[in-house]
Design a binder for this molecule. Structure first.
Ligand SMILES: *[C@@H]1O[C@H](CO)[C@@H](O)[C@H](O)[C@H]1NC(C)=O
Ligand SMILES: *[C@@H]1O[C@H](CO)[C@@H](O)[C@H](O)[C@H]1NC(C)=O
Ligand SMILES: *[C@@H]1O[C@H](CO)[C@@H](O)[C@H](O)[C@H]1NC(C)=O
Length: 175
């Protein structure tokens, strides 16, 4: 009963000021000079297609006030793979000075019990200290397999920067 009254009051109020109901929208910055941000699941992604080294990719994201990509769950991973076709790109994960894997953004700790997407035999530190999303094409012509691979940090790949989306309430009032 109380809920019904409340919603009636709500709609009465909106019809009075002739407004649309408030929309909660998660927004990415518009008109950014470096990025055409794409929103997914609370994160704004900035795809950068000019290949560069792992360290320079991190530096570029950070100097633009963004984070170097971390992939912390299957949802984000699936979406990223879908949106990058068979393009190899840097993942913001690397082997730190102390020999452990570390994300480039907070919380830096790599959770070995958490999400990962290693290819077979990975992480293989004999091939490099930085992680890339690697596309393996099979000879049998099956769908390419895309997984994380330890890669020489000096190789050049496209990369992705992120910022958290601002969960703002957009309240459109038209008169
Ligand atoms: C809007 O808010 C509602 C209630 O908090 C939530 O269930 C819904 O997922 C939100 N929608 C978006 C697009 O964030
Ligand atoms: C974005 O750029 C367009 C064209 O330059 C301009 O019309 C618009 O007002 C800008 N929007 C914002 C939010 O700055
Ligand atoms: C790791 O990489 C090296 C160099 O490519 C290779 O010889 C070795 O077999 C790899 N190890 C595993 C476990 O795949």
């Amino acid at each position: 009963m109380l809920i019904k009254v409340a919603s009636l009051v709500f709609f009465a109020l909106f019809s009075v000021i002739n407004a649309q109901p408030p929309m909660n929208d998660s927004k990415c910055p518009q008109n950014d000079s470096n990025c055409n941000f794409i929103f997914h699941d609370g994160v704004c992604y900035c795809f950068r297609y000019i290949p560069t080294t792992w360290a320079h990719a991190k530096e570029t994201c950070e100097s633009d006030g963004q984070n170097f990509l971390s992939i912390r769950d299957i949802k984000a991973s699936t979406w990223l793979k879908f949106n990058t076709g068979s393009l190899d790109f840097w993942v913001g994960l690397h082997k730190d000075g102390d020999g452990s894997l570390r994300w480039a953004d907070k919380p830096y700790k790599f959770d070995t019990q958490g999400f990962s997407d290693w290819g077979s035999g990975e992480p293989n530190y004999s091939t490099g200290s930085c992680v890339s999303m690697f596309t393996a094409f099979s000879e049998s012509g099956l769908k390419p397999k895309r997984t994380w691979k330890m890669t020489d940090c000096e190789k050049k790949f496209p990369f992705i920067c992120t910022i958290p989306a601002a969960a703002t309430q957009i309240h459109t009032v038209s008169t």
